[in-house]
Design a protein around this ligand. Structure first.
Ligand code: SF4
Ligand code: SF4
Length: 548
């Protein structure tokens, strides 16, 4: 009924992230503040990407690298909390239309107003009406997984070009092209979700390799969280290449750089931490930016998601670059960050008094990527063999604001001292200040594997443990509790499912786009289960008892 009302009103709807409220999250405005117009343009971009994918599959020999790069970038730009700037989004739509023309597809051009006016022909309400909730939800799962994987592919492309992710980009193009068929069954769609998971695994591996090649092999590093006297810039998002360029430019100008959110793993890379101006980490995850940014005494640079509508009191000192955008903010391009540095020099920066007034805080430890952890594999195996290391938990993923997310901090706090906790992505901020986790005979109990794409490290660690112990990954004393929020988390989840990893706990709520029927299939095949948000200790007891 709700869907029919949306269709009658030609209203936009979105349920791509965990904040979705009903099928018409943004009939007026999304919880994220996305307008119905922005949703309509993003739907149009997604539809154009489907047409580009179909044309690419039919004309494989004619497809250019630029078209594959555009496919990734356009999909990336439709992710939650990436781009709210309709003019910038329309430029992606125009570029896609132009590329379709070169592949012989015409008649797809639409203005922003036309995209809004024709929502009832292709918007989410239309798709749910046309396919039914289960099939529509699985089709969306494929699209969201591709969006997440496309974001990682774009990061890898920036560092090493298209070659390392070409094969996987094609896999996603092929999956997207399939969505032009109206008669895909539930089984066919599940196959596509796993294909996207496989593609994303290759893309995360390529990004891991590209980060290591460009920035050196990451290793354990303590990260200062206290103020440092001087002018300063806060950098947030996920793009290490942008940070690298910013550090180069700030070093000579005497401007300090603090990382925020998912940029915290930067401190683990030798080629980044060699810069004296990289002085620490500020704040927590994206959800607190409207509370934390007003208190930071310098400009903020967004390299990617997750951007929230900036408050008026600090909006003038927020900059964007790359795929991220918000109307009214200054967008800098080509890694030329002089406008951000100039804003830092004009801002107050941290004073000596700020430093003296700040609370004492222990540094946070980062750098538990696979090479570092596996260099201690002998000790870890010895501890397991001696019964001194009982269980390993992965608790991480996206952070968010919805109720129930205390589950992850409650769980981490309750985990006994003879267990290790791997964490990663911005969900780490839910647990890294809960307490001092200490160590087990020199192995830190809380190990931060890095960004969400660095789940690749957690996978490598699990595979190495499996090989060393002779136990299948699903039989290891290892439990995964993943918090999801947006579409990169969907891509990571699909990768874990593609790898056959079972018994994942997912929370704090299950994706709205997966209906009970679709979830029943996943629960049956992969034993995917929801977190019991009201009883973290009960879940913990089950996991320690071997029920993962
Ligand atoms: S991205 Fe999330 S919060 Fe924003 S409109 Fe869509 S479902 Fe709602
Ligand atoms: S992990 Fe997800 S929610 Fe967190 S900053 Fe990255 S994209 Fe946003």
């Amino acid at each position: 009924m709700e869907i029919e009302k949306l269709l009658d009103n030609n209203a936009s709807a979105c349920y791509q992230c965990e904040q979705a409220r009903g099928p018409g999250c943004n009939t007026f405005k999304g919880v994220c503040s996305k307008s119905p117009e922005t949703t309509a343009i993003q739907d149009h971009i997604t539809w154009l990407c489907m047409q580009l994918a179909a044309a690419a599959v039919q004309n494989r020999a004619k497809v250019t690298d630029e078209q594959l790069v555009l496919f990734n970038r356009a999909m990336f730009t439709t992710l939650t909390n990436v781009n709210f700037d309709d003019d910038a989004l329309m430029r992606y739509a125009e570029d896609l239309t132009a590329e379709l023309t070169t592949l012989g597809v015409s008649g797809v051009n639409k203005s922003a107003a036309e995209a809004v006016a024709t929502l009832k022909d292709y918007g989410l309400a239309h798709r749910i009406h046309k396919f039914g909730e289960t099939v529509a939800g699985l089709r969306e799962t494929v699209v969201y997984g591709i969006r997440g994987a496309a974001a990682y592919a774009d990061h890898a492309f920036v560092l090493e070009g298209l070659d390392p992710v070409r094969k996987e980009t094609w896999m996603n193009v092929e999956a997207m092209a399939e969505l032009n068929k109206d008669d895909l069954s539930v089984d066919a769609l599940l196959g596509l979700t796993l294909k996207v998971g496989e593609a994303n695994f290759g893309i995360m591996a390529a990004l891991d390799k590209a980060h290591n090649a460009a920035l050196g092999q990451p290793s354990f590093a303590p990260v200062n969280t206290r103020p440092v006297e001087g002018k300063c810039i806060l950098i947030t998002g996920h793009d290490m290449d942008d940070l690298h360029k910013l550090l180069e430019q700030c070093e000579a100008r005497g401007v300090n750089v603090f990382t925020h959110g998912e940029m915290i793993p930067a401190h683990a890379y030798p080629a980044l931490r060699k810069y004296k101006c990289l002085v620490g980490n500020y704040g927590t995850s994206w959800r607190n930016q409207r509370k934390e940014f007003p208190l930071f005494p310098g400009p903020v640079l967004f390299t990617t998601n997750c951007i929230m509508p900036p408050r008026e009191d600090y909006k003038h000192r927020v900059f964007t670059t790359g795929r991220v955008g918000f109307p009214g903010l200054t967008h800098v391009t080509n890694g030329e960050f002089e406008p951000v540095i100039a804003a830092a020099l004009e801002a107050p920066g941290y004073t000596k008094a700020d430093v003296e007034a700040a609370n004492a805080e222990s540094p946070l430890l980062v750098g538990a990527m696979h090479a570092e952890v596996l260099s201690h594999a002998g000790k870890v195996l010895e501890l397991i063999g001696a019964g001194k290391l009982r269980h390993i938990f992965f608790i991480g993923g996206c952070d968010g604001s919805t109720p129930g997310r205390n589950y992850f901090s409650d769980l981490a706090e309750a985990i006994p001292d003879d267990c290790l906790i791997l964490t990663g992505a911005c969900g780490c901020f839910r647990i890294n200040r809960v307490k001092d986790y200490g160590d087990i005979e020199g192995i830190p109990r809380l190990l931060d594997v890095g960004q969400c794409n660095d789940v690749f490290s957690a996978i490598k660690i699990a595979v190495a443990l499996s090989e060393a112990t002779g136990l299948a990954v699903n039989d290891l004393p290892l439990s995964l509790c993943v918090s999801w929020f947006e579409q990169k988390a969907v891509a990571v989840l699909l990768t874990l499912l593609h790898l056959g990893i079972r018994n994942i706990r997912l929370g704090p709520s299950l994706p709205r786009f997966l209906t009970p029927d679709a979830l029943a299939v996943l629960a049956d095949k992969f034993a995917l289960k929801p977190t019991n948000n009201k009883d973290a200790k009960g879940d913990l007891a089950d996991m320690l008892a071997g029920e993962h």
